[in-house]
Design a protein around this ligand. Structure first.
Ligand SMILES: Nc1ncnc2c1ncn2[C@@H]1O[C@H](COP(=O)(O)OP(=O)(O)OP(=O)(O)O)[C@@H](O)[C@H]1O
Ligand SMILES: [Mg+2]
Length: 257
């Protein structure tokens, strides 16, 4: 069943790395004609990915609903070999398509003016509620220094970034782990930190974690951090990671105000 999955842990998957993207951006800056052609190609590529995702999602949703109806009307199917695995695989494909769509759209921002302080507080509350709902013993704290002022950016996408970081932290800690989300304003930047005392990231893989489709989890798509980075960079900001195995990890997002 797992052969179906296109996500791999290895570096064999021939995707564009951040180094390639940086090289391409440099080439585009150096040569205006190349810039125009590459921009068109990129736009074309985005449209194609969106269309493919859309075309696959429709029949997949039908298959998924049919299987759920079958399961409801004939609960005995659950006893069949591979039934559960098939349901999980379908779910995985649905979430892969969702992640692929958000990755594909992560550089296109829909701006509005909002309170980033409130956004971070809302995310913290939803995360705390989700921990509570699952009966989790993870200790979660959040600290937002008041007075951050108005922020112009894509509210939904920034929320997505914070949720990605918190989800990763949650997946990295054990039952009695600790996670914290903090934010403050320093002059013309907002600095957001997501820290956990989880498994940490080994030094030999830390340089790869922002590359698309790089995952070290059984059910990961490896698109969380790459789309988060794209979203933050589209806001003119940066995202960095510091980690020590067995001690924990801290992701720092810096956004210009
Ligand atoms: N807080 C963390 N602690 C330890 N490892 C982390 C943490 N955050 C990210 N990682 C590592 O970085 C890898 C890439 O993360 P990313 O969020 O891009 O993908 P993923 O979590 O594997 O899958 P998904 O696309 O479903 O989010 C993870 O597989 C994990 O190995
Ligand atoms: Mg993730």
């Amino acid at each position: 069943m797992t052969d179906l999955r296109i996500v791999t842990e290895s570096e064999e998957f021939p995707v564009f790395t951040n180094i390639d993207i940086n090289k391409m951006n440099r080439l585009m800056e150096e040569n205006k004609a190349a810039k125009q052609i590459m921009s068109q190609l990129l736009e074309n590529h985005h449209t194609t990915v969106s269309m493919i995702a859309h075309e696959i999602r429709n029949p997949l949703t039908l298959v998924s609903s049919s299987l759920q109806i079958i399961e409801k009307q004939h609960p005995e199917v659950k006893k069949f070999n591979n039934w559960e695995q098939t349901m999980e695989d379908i779910q995985f494909m649905c979430s892969l398509l969702n992640d692929l769509s958000s990755f594909n759209n992560s550089s296109t921002l829909h701006h509005s003016v909002f309170s980033i302080e409130q956004l971070i507080k809302n995310v913290a509350v939803s995360f705390a509620i989700s921990l509570d709902a699952d009966g989790s013993d993870i200790e979660f704290t959040s600290r937002v220094v008041p007075g951050m002022g108005d922020f112009t950016g894509d509210k939904i996408k920034l929320e997505e970034v914070l949720l990605n970081l918190l989800r990763n932290a949650r997946e990295a800690v054990d039952k009695s782990g600790r996670i914290s989300l903090s934010a403050e304003r320093q002059k013309d930047t907002v600095i957001i930190r997501c820290q956990d005392n989880g498994c940490g990231i080994p030094a030999d893989i830390i340089d790869t974690i922002f590359d698309p489709f790089v995952t070290y989890k059984e059910n990961g798509t490896g698109l969380g951090l790459s789309s988060s980075r794209q979203i933050i960079e589209a806001h003119g900001g940066s995202i960095n990671v510091e980690s020590a195995p067995e001690t924990g990890t801290v992701f720092t997002v810096t956004l210009p105000v």
